[in-house]
Ligand binder design. Structure first.
Ligand SMILES: Nc1ncnc2c1ncn2[C@@H]1O[C@H](COP(=O)(O)OP(=O)(O)O)[C@@H](O)[C@H]1O
Ligand SMILES: CC(=O)N[C@@H](CCC(=O)OP(=O)(O)O)C(=O)O
Length: 259
């Protein structure tokens, strides 16, 4: 059976019109399906309003206790519940979850090496059978980028990694189509040209683009996660614009990763 797992990034979530259009398209996709969302941009803005400064290292947020409270409220509350309400209005029976709900995604607090990331989780286990029973009851899980530890901590976890790990865990049961949606038409061969979409990207070409700096910043952890999913049994991985979700779902838009 096919399953489509879509990840939506914070720049789209932060734009009400783009987000509404994306959710309308997502609602039209066949079930079973899962939405994993980010929200990093809104967390940064909310933290700033509260006088809390944001520090990112290699695309990961340094999450001290006050920042953990912010991301818990923003990802698990504000963003997750608004997405669920809008999906319901589009006729999609969404259920909002953090990784702690139903014990779906457990992680371990990232050990301190040179950098102390604070309350950031590295995923240990995805409870695929719990997700499957939600899917079997016709629900559409909408997953926030928070996980839980054996000690009962709530941990901030990168949304691209959540999507990749969830896709891999479900790949033994379903043919998984993983689609990363963001605000550009795909991986670009020229960062200054929004039309320069690379149709197909393999690990060797990725390394070349990375070494020349054409692929940089947030795209690096995204592609590392995406290639890892492809290597671990996920059928297809695509990176595309949120507007192109329906075409990308059938392999007709964005950048398709190849082994
Ligand atoms: N070659 C590239 N093609 C497209 N985007 C790129 C490229 N290199 C770097 N980027 C950057 O990567 C960003 C996507 O990463 P990120 O902000 O983590 O996405 P998301 O919002 O989905 O979490 C884009 O906004 C873009 O600025
Ligand atoms: C540990 C870590 O960095 N977590 C991310 C989770 C949100 C996220 O990934 O959001 P986007 O997809 O919008 O970037 C963060 O707090 O920014």
């Amino acid at each position: 059976m096919n399953l489509i797992l879509v990840k939506i990034g914070g720049n789209i979530i932060d734009n009400p019109d783009a987000c509404a259009a994306f959710l309308q398209a997502f609602a039209q996709l066949p079930t079973p399906k899962i939405l994993v969302h980010g929200g990093g941009k809104i967390a940064t803005q909310t933290a700033a309003q509260l006088g809390i400064e944001t520090n990112m290292v290699e695309g990961r947020r340094i999450t001290d206790r006050p920042m953990l409270d912010v991301v818990t409220m923003v990802y698990g509350g504000l963003v997750n519940k608004n997405l669920v309400a809008q999906l319901q209005a589009n006729g999609c029976n969404a259920i909002g979850l953090t990784g702690a709900d139903g014990g779906i995604i457990r992680s371990v607090k990232r050990p301190v090496k040179t950098i102390d990331y604070g309350f950031v989780g590295d995923i240990e286990e995805v409870n695929a059978s719990q997700l499957q029973s939600l899917l079997n009851s016709g629900l559409v899980p909408v997953i926030a980028p928070l996980t839980y530890s054996r000690e009962g901590l709530l941990l901030n976890t990168n949304a691209d990694t959540m999507a990749s790990a969830t896709a891999v865990a479900l790949a033994s049961t379903y043919s998984v189509n993983l689609v990363y949606c963001f605000e550009k038409k795909g991986v670009l061969s020229d960062p200054d040209d929004d039309e320069a979409v690379i149709d197909k990207l393999n690990p060797a070409t990725y390394l070349e683009y990375k070494s020349t700096g054409v692929i940089n910043k947030g795209m690096i952890p995204k592609l590392d996660n995406a290639f890892a999913a492809l290597k671990s049994g996920v059928d297809r991985v695509t990176i595309c614009h949120a507007n192109d979700l329906l075409n990308a779902a059938i392999g007709d838009a964005g950048t398709v990763l190849t082994a």
